[in-house]
Design a protein around this ligand. Structure first.
Ligand SMILES: Cc1ncc(C[n+]2csc(CCOP(=O)(O)OP(=O)(O)O)c2C)c(N)n1
Ligand code: SF4
Ligand SMILES: [Mg+2]
Length: 225
């Protein structure tokens, strides 16, 4: 077996997707690249993977990896319901949900919580940049208290911490990392384990713990979300 071929005989290129349409330097692109590496390392068979997402720049990213996998880009905040249904229809598929902080912690918060409550067998990635990137940088529900928008508006609300919510609801695996830290994010991506028959819900966010929050999504993207 060639060093570049994995356990199912595929090179890393087989895990690539369409060319990204996101801003150059956006941290979401970094996560995409880490997931390409992780899914190749795991030897996931593309036809056994279901990439599910909602709406947002982050939710566009499943188009940018494993082009030949199944995929469904659903309505804003409804990825968990779609994933639950797809998993009921075919329990053999490896479910991988990609969402944003707006998609998960605002419009989709109830869906996120009930997916954990039901312990749906899925890896759920929240690409958390503290903002509604796609709609030009409004504060999301995870934006830090006191963070400032480009035009000077100050966020006066306490943030929701999706990891804390997941832990409080009894989620079996929760992790947080930083999109710029491939050495940590790739192993976390490898929790999308295709060989285990008892995978439980895994939640991964990619917000840097304790790191300063940027004022707009574009700046956040350059720093690596
Ligand atoms: C029902 C509905 N409400 C609002 C919108 C507008 N909308 C599109 S994306 C988005 C927020 C996305 O934020 P996030 O999930 O954090 O993704 P990001 O772009 O930051 O990666 C909003 C409010 C929509 N598409 N549908
Ligand atoms: S608008 Fe923000 S979140 Fe969207 S692609 Fe650009 S940097 Fe990334
Ligand atoms: Mg966001």
């Amino acid at each position: 077996m060639s060093a570049t071929v994995n356990r199912v005989g595929l090179p890393r290129d087989a895990y690539k997707g369409a060319a990204t349409t996101l801003c150059a330097g956006c941290g979401h692109n970094s996560i995409t690249n880490h997931m390409i590496k992780a899914l190749h390392e795991l030897g996931v068979e593309p036809h056994m993977l279901a990439k599910m997402s909602g709406i947002g720049c982050s939710s566009k990213t499943p188009a940018y990896f494993v082009e030949t996998a199944h995929g469904f880009n659903g309505v804003h905040g409804r990825m968990p319901a779609l994933t639950t249904g797809a998993h009921l229809a075919n329990r053999q598929l490896i479910m991988l949900g990609v969402s944003g902080d707006g998609d998960t912690a605002s419009i989709g918060l109830g869906q996120f919580m009930h997916m954990i409550r039901r312990n749906v067998d899925c890896t759920y990635i929240i690409e958390d940049n503290g903002t509604y990137g796609l709609t030009k940088g409004q504060f999301s529900a995870t934006a830090d208290l006191g963070s400032v928008q480009k035009k000077g508006a100050v966020n006066t609300f306490q943030p929701i911490d999706p990891c804390a919510v997941a832990l409080a609801l009894g989620c079996s695996f929760v992790a947080r990392s930083f999109s710029g830290d491939g050495k940590q994010v790739v192993p976390l991506g490898c929790t999308t384990d295709p060989t285990s028959c008892s995978r439980s819900s895994a939640k991964t966010t990619t917000r840097p713990t304790g790191a300063p929050r940027s004022r707009s999504s574009r700046r956040a993207g350059r720093r690596g979300i």
